[in-house]
Design a protein around this ligand. Structure first.
Ligand SMILES: Cc1ncc(COP(=O)(O)O)c(C=O)c1O
Length: 393
């Protein structure tokens, strides 16, 4: 079978949906006003801003004044973390996990260097934290718990609702509240998100993971949350995220989130079916592999596989030459193929080097999975024949 290109890197980013692009187009040319201007163009921009906020709020079961538009997932994570700690009088304690995205992990490390205390929770072999560990980690001076909803490398889903319930219970008897933030970049548009069910105070989303453009995000902040801005300027976004609003992108993220939620169940079923086809095919056709995470507590679109005795980067390049786009998870830097996530999950460092993340999306097809299953075994075999480690094995 000859296929042109197969895109299996939807957790890195997605194509912009054609309907989304069309709607955004209006706000680049005809309706290009500044939402702060009081003339006709400004009013049209403000209407688009308000209705986009309303759409997102409604889908998250939040109120409109709890939705803040940002420049993406990284910025939302930073505003959430620094915004909460800066609003406290003392340098308190933060709890996060060892497998967060660098937007959270490096923010916490930065705070640690500046006198804050941080606990990084361990995860099990499937990439999931233990609620008990979290309970043990809470201290009198804990101000923030930041735990991602689903992991971007292996798809592991954390028990956000259970954590939310627990924090709500202890907060009832505490002088200083423990705020709860979740980075939902990998679940927004793929899983229904209801901030009341999840019991979070802050939630991060990024448009480019669900068919909106790159560079637009949302931060949900529960009413009453003590938070300070990290940038200063105008009064846009209630002065929490000052700067002229990016109306075309805001319209885009709201439209894309709407479409993603409307198609969610059907997409989830289809993507899960394709992922399982690929997984079963790999298990059947290729020996010496490890499936990382992907237990029952994982998002349906990610398949993370370690191919023993070969380098993930070499495999990625050869797949790319066959027109198949995948990812290794993180850039190769340490003995773990650069992956702090696989390291935390206890994957042995040699196997971790040969890891590939396949991530599915709305536009993938059965033919594409068949094509990957035709190419992948040949490429793995070729690389193993060149591998001195494999020869020894
Ligand atoms: C879990 C997670 N958090 C945060 C981000 C950063 O989002 P953005 O690319 O919009 O800055 C990503 C991006 O891959 C992610 O997967």
């Amino acid at each position: 079978m000859q296929l042109n290109k197969v895109y299996l890197d939807n957790s890195a980013t997605t194509i912009v949906n054609a309907e989304v692009l069309k709607e955004m187009g209006l706000y680049f040319s005809g309706m290009y006003g500044n939402a702060s201007s009081i003339h006709f163009w400004g009013r049209r921009a403000k209407e688009a801003l308000d209705s986009s906020r309303e759409k997102i709020a409604c889908l998250l079961n939040a109120s409109i004044d709890e939705i803040f538009f940002t420049g993406g997932g990284t910025e939302s994570d930073n505003i959430a973390i620094f915004g909460i700690v800066n609003a406290q009088n003392t340098k308190g304690h933060i709890i996060t996990t060892k497998i967060e995205h660098h937007a959270v992990l490096y923010s916490c490390q930065h705070l640690e260097k500046n006198g804050y205390s941080v606990t990084y929770l361990d995860v099990d072999k499937d990439g999931v934290i233990s609620l008990n560990d979290l309970k043990q980690a809470i201290r009198a001076d804990t101000v923030l718990v930041s735990i991602m909803h689903a992991n971007n490398e292996v798809g592991a889903i954390q028990p956000i609702e259970e954590i939310g319930i627990y924090l709500k219970t202890i907060n009832a008897n505490r002088k200083n509240k423990v705020y709860f933030h979740t980075d939902a970049v990998q679940t927004a548009g793929r899983v229904y998100l209801d901030v009341k069910t999840l019991k979070v105070d802050l939630l991060t989303m990024s448009g480019h993971k669900f068919y909106a453009p790159k560079g637009i995000g949302v931060l949900y902040v529960k009413k009453g949350t003590k938070i300070k801005p990290i940038t200063f300027g105008g009064s846009q976004e209630n002065a929490l995220r000052p700067g002229t609003e990016n109306i075309p992108y805001i319209v885009g993220i709201a439209k894309a989130f709407n479409i993603a939620n409307a198609n969610l169940e059907e997409d989830d079923r289809r993507v899960l079916f394709l992922r399982e086809q690929l997984k079963e095919g790999i298990i059947k056709k290729i020996s010496e592999i490890i499936i990382n995470g992907s237990g029952s507590r994982a998002v349906s679109n990610i398949l993370n596989v370690s191919f023993k005795y070969i380098e993930g980067e070499a495999l990625l390049i050869m797949l790319d030459m066959s027109g198949i786009a995948v990812s290794t998870g993180s850039a190769c830097a340490t003995g773990f193929g650069g992956s702090h996530v696989l390291q935390a999950m206890g994957v042995d460092p040699v196997s971790a080097q040969g890891t590939i993340r396949f991530s599915f999306g709305h536009y993938n097809t059965q033919d594409e999975v068949d094509y990957v299953l035709e190419q992948l075994p040949k490429i793995v075999e070729k690389l193993r024949l060149m591998s001195p480690v494999y020869k020894k094995f």
